[in-house]
Design a binder for this molecule. Structure first.
Ligand code: GRF
Length: 207
């Protein structure tokens, strides 16, 4: 499975994928490229360190969003990916790309969807909202990307305990370490081995 990973920040989920491929947790998979919208994303350094082709395509560097959308999709297509992985990617995906890669583009969201998801829920904001609501479990979700925000078919989820005294930063770290970095590699491995299918908008696992 040829994958392209789209990143915007620290790239800890990208690192989990790199490590997963190296350790064999993710089989039959090659990271063909990493693309970021942010020139300073540490995720790009992680790609370079592992000899993975990387590219920065930033909306700021184009005259309009339409032109960015076109150039961005061209850059992704050039890697000829079988699967696109959004790993902490904060740019709205162009509709043409969602169409072209339907059920071949996945996203990791740091909550148990449908809680704390949708526009405005990203990064620490997700954990601030969870703590404000007083939830007892938090977690992460891997889902296929469709036209909505965090609304596509759910592939995997993993819950983590919320503990007394948790701050948003502490909870975010626990969700990343115990949930995100586990289910994103696992989802890629399942897809790479033909174990995942979508039926009536829901994911079915093939044994
Ligand atoms: C984190 O908030 C994570 O929960 C979400 O994107 C952010 C950055 O992740 N998926 P990463 O370290 O860049 O992978």
């Amino acid at each position: 499975l040829r994958i392209v990973v789209l990143v915007s920040g620290g790239g800890t989920n990208l690192q989990a994928i790199i490590d997963g491929v190296k350790d064999g947790i993710i089989s039959n998979t090659e990271i063909a490229g990493v693309i970021s919208n942010n020139r300073n994303a540490y995720a790009l350094k992680r790609a370079e360190e592992h000899g993975i082709p990387s590219l920065c395509v930033s909306p700021k560097e184009f005259e309009s969003r339409e032109i960015f959308n076109e150039k961005f999709l061209e850059a992704v297509n050039a890697y000829e990916p079988d699967l696109i992985v959004l790993a902490g990617f904060l740019v709205v995906i162009p509709p043409a790309m969602i169409e072209k890669y339907r059920n071949r583009m996945i996203n990791i969201h740091p909550s148990l969807i449908p809680s704390f998801c949708g526009k405005g829920y990203y990064g620490l904001k997700v954990h601030e909202a969870a703590l404000a609501r007083g939830v007892k479990v938090a977690g992460a979700t891997v889902h296929f990307v469709d036209e909505g925000t965090d609304t596509g078919p759910i592939i995997l989820q993993k819950a983590v305990e919320v503990e007394d005294g948790d701050t948003p930063e502490v909870l975010q770290r626990r969700v990343m370490e115990q949930a995100e970095w586990k289910i994103l590699p696992r989802a890629i491995d399942l897809i790479a081995n033909g174990k995942v299918m979508v039926e009536d908008g829901k994911v079915k696992m093939i044994q």
